[in-house]
Ligand binder design. Structure first.
Ligand code: FMN
Length: 166
């Protein structure tokens, strides 16, 4: 079994595609799960988790994550190291860009070690609860407007995660 599990929730397929890119960047070291049908038992043995979500509503969590997060956050997460990535649309939803990362972050931050936070540089938007003191709680990505930046953002992020996920 691999040590890294990527859990994603995706309403229109963007987050799923990015989750697959993340998996490829880990060169066969990561397994992929859709939170729409994952069971807690499937993921309990992984020390390293990568959680991917899109933002829907206005600042709301992706629907499948909405169903999964309460039981996930209540489960035994002790000893796990977790990174979060979030897809959003910084043009159409500039005032709530990629905010759903914050919902996941708040639900688990006291139970796990969170890694993979990135500085708020190179992003254009009005507001997001997912930024705390100039640092994003995870990696924001915008497939609607900045898809050409996704590969390099992912590569840099995964390079830092590889130092944590040993
Ligand atoms: C109804 C709706 C509401 C959305 N609300 C937000 C939002 O509040 N903030 C944001 O950054 N993106 C928002 N988005 C944009 C999506 O997060 C973005 O298109 C994302 O790439 C979708 O990923 P998915 O296909 O994996 O669900 C919204 C999209 C839809 C359809």
């Amino acid at each position: 079994m691999n040590k890294i599990a990527i859990l994603y929730g995706s309403s229109g397929g963007n987050t799923q595609l990015v989750a697959k890119q993340v998996q490829e960047l880990f060169d066969g070291r990561a397994d992929l799960y859709d939170v729409a049908d994952v069971r807690l038992d499937d993921i309990k043995a992984y020390p390293y988790l990568i959680l991917g979500t899109s933002t829907t509503g206005v600042g709301d969590l992706q629907d499948d994550w909405d169903g999964f997060l309460p039981s996930f956050a209540k489960s035994d997460l002790s000893g796990k190291t977790v990174a979060i990535f979030g897809l959003g649309d910084s043009a159409s939803f500039s005032g709530s860009f990629a905010e759903s990362m914050r919902i996941i972050y708040d639900a688990i931050k006291d139970k796990v070690k969170i890694v993979g936070q990135v500085p708020d540089e190179g992003y254009t938007y009005d507001d997001s609860t997912a930024v705390i003191d100039g640092i994003w709680v995870g990696l924001p990505l915008d497939e609607d407007n900045e898809y050409d930046l996704t590969s390099q953002r992912l590569q840099a992020w995964v390079d830092t995660l590889k130092k944590e996920f040993v």
